[in-house]
Design a protein around this ligand. Structure first.
Ligand SMILES: *Cc1c(COP(=O)(O)O)cnc(C)c1O
Length: 457
């Protein structure tokens, strides 16, 4: 049945009768009624009332090449006609799995040339946990099992990925998490830096890793994991001193380093991977979202030589998913990578559109009374909302300025996301300068109305 065949009200009634939504407060949903998105093209989506809305989030940080790219659709169609499914267990492979490994090796940083496939970022991180522990077992250090991650880190929504992540409201759902996970502070200078300079704070935040390793004992720690730029935690780009110090500490204590590239990967920060932007040399690199631009679900874990060689010598790898390397998803991912290469999308982000996007947002942030700082990297941006700019006073949860601003932006046909009291943007990499102008002027309207609401504008 086509989207046009039902009214918005009918969709809403059917939805609330049968559909349980992720990351949604059911009461708030019932009050407002679900928004039904029926089609999309380029950087825009349309809802069931026919409104054209600029998608400032590229779906959930994933539709990097934009909507409506026929070659991704064709790649899926061809693959599904020829071979809709076969698995990669038990010494079998399909051509698109094999060729995706080759395409990925072209774009990942040197030395990360071996890939395990899964279907989501969460599954990729569960894979990382199992492989890192397997690695240390094979190396004769079976006690190296604990993962160190960061507060406000996001690594997915399976029980292991939630335990790995540092999201308080997600931890609260479980009450009890899995053992074997520890957390250190997130490197957010604006809220935690106090009187330190940015670069001093970067070192202090990184040294929290060393303290935690010494507390747990280096012989008990398997790995450190971090997003190059924390996404769902509020777009936190660390000071430039942070990652080099983390890298040094991991090497000193022989701890595996994992860069969670699920958001930063595939051009978002102006390089193929955030690790390249921030000078990280990870041992393991989970990726998802932009890998297929969200057209079909797929994820991968890249391993360096050290990890790959151990795993390769280590006997049966008793791990995998029915849809690991789903042929159609692999075909779409290959088409996505080839399209990004042909259109030079990563170079475009780095040299043209991200500098423009950031300059426009920086002007807005500098001038606006309720914006404390602009954060992020490339086409990943966070605007910190504040009640008092000079004193760096952030709106409280009760004020909830960010959700107010998000709703106001949506009324003006822009999708932004609110994380804590930060407004977040992650538009498709194909966004044009004219569309950036449209986006910034809509953000400004949302901010102005929010400021007025709180008597600050
Ligand atoms: C979205 C995300 C995940 C989880 O991916 P899913 O596909 O939703 O399981 C993991 N890590 C990071 C950094 C993410 O942003």
């Amino acid at each position: 049945m086509s989207a046009q065949s039902r009214s918005t009200l009918e969709w809403q009634q059917l939805d609330s009768a049968h559909h349980v939504h992720p990351f949604t407060d059911p009461k708030a949903l019932t009050k407002r009624g679900v928004r039904v998105i029926t089609r999309a093209d380029g950087a825009y989506v349309w809802d069931s009332d026919g409104n054209k809305i600029l998608d400032g989030m590229a779906g959930l940080w994933c539709v990097n090449v934009g909507y409506g790219r026929q070659e991704l659709v064709d790649a899926a169609t061809r693959q599904m006609q020829e071979l809709p499914y076969y698995n990669s267990f038990f010494q079998t492979a399909t051509p698109s799995q094999i060729e995706l490994g080759q395409a990925l090796a072209e774009v990942t940083p040197p030395g990360l040339d071996h890939f395990f496939f899964a279907n989501s970022g969460s599954e990729a991180n569960d894979t990382v946990i199992r492989i890192a522990r397997h690695y240390w077992h094979l190396k004769g250090k079976p006690n190296k099992r604990t993962f160190i991650a960061r507060t406000m880190g996001y690594h997915g929504s399976t029980l292991a990925a939630v335990s790995l992540g540092g999201m308080p409201h997600m931890h609260a759902l479980d009450k009890v998490l899995l053992p074997g996970f520890a957390h250190i502070m997130h490197p957010h200078w604006y809220t935690l830096g106090g009187t330190l300079s940015r670069s001093e704070f970067g070192i202090v935040a990184a040294r929290a890793l060393e303290d935690k390793i010494l507390e747990l004992g280096p012989d008990n720690v398997a790995a450190f994991i971090g997003e190059p730029v924390q996404g769902a935690g509020g777009v936190i780009d660390p000071p430039e001193t942070y990652w080099p110090e983390i890298q040094r500490i991991c090497r000193k204590y022989d701890i595996l380093l994992v860069a969670d590239e699920v958001i930063c990967g595939f051009g978002r920060t102006g390089q193929w991977f955030g690790s390249q932007t921030f000078g990280i040399e990870p041992d393991l690199m989970p990726m998802a979202k932009g890998l297929s631009s969200g057209y079909l679900p797929i994820s991968a874990v890249a391993m360096n030589k050290r990890v790959f060689e151990a795993v390769n010598e280590g006997g049966l790898l008793a791990h995998g998913y029915t849809y690991s390397g789903h042929p159609a998803a692999c075909a779409v991912a290959i088409a996505n990578i080839r399209l990004m290469q042909r259109e030079k999308l990563v170079e475009r982000v780095r040299e043209d559109i991200a500098p423009y996007f950031r300059a426009r947002l920086q002007e807005l942030a500098d001038d606006h009374p309720i914006v404390g700082e602009l954060r992020g990297s490339g086409l990943l941006a966070g605007l910190q909302l504040v009640k008092d700019k000079a004193k760096r006073t952030i709106f409280t949860t009760e004020d909830d300025a960010a959700n107010k601003c998000r709703d106001l932006c949506l009324d003006h046909h822009l999708i932004m996301r609110a994380v804590g009291q930060t407004m977040v943007l992650s538009p498709p990499l194909i966004i044009t300068r004219a569309q950036v102008d449209e986006l910034v002027s809509k953000v400004k309207i949302g901010l102005d109305l929010t400021a007025r609401h709180f008597g600050l504008g």
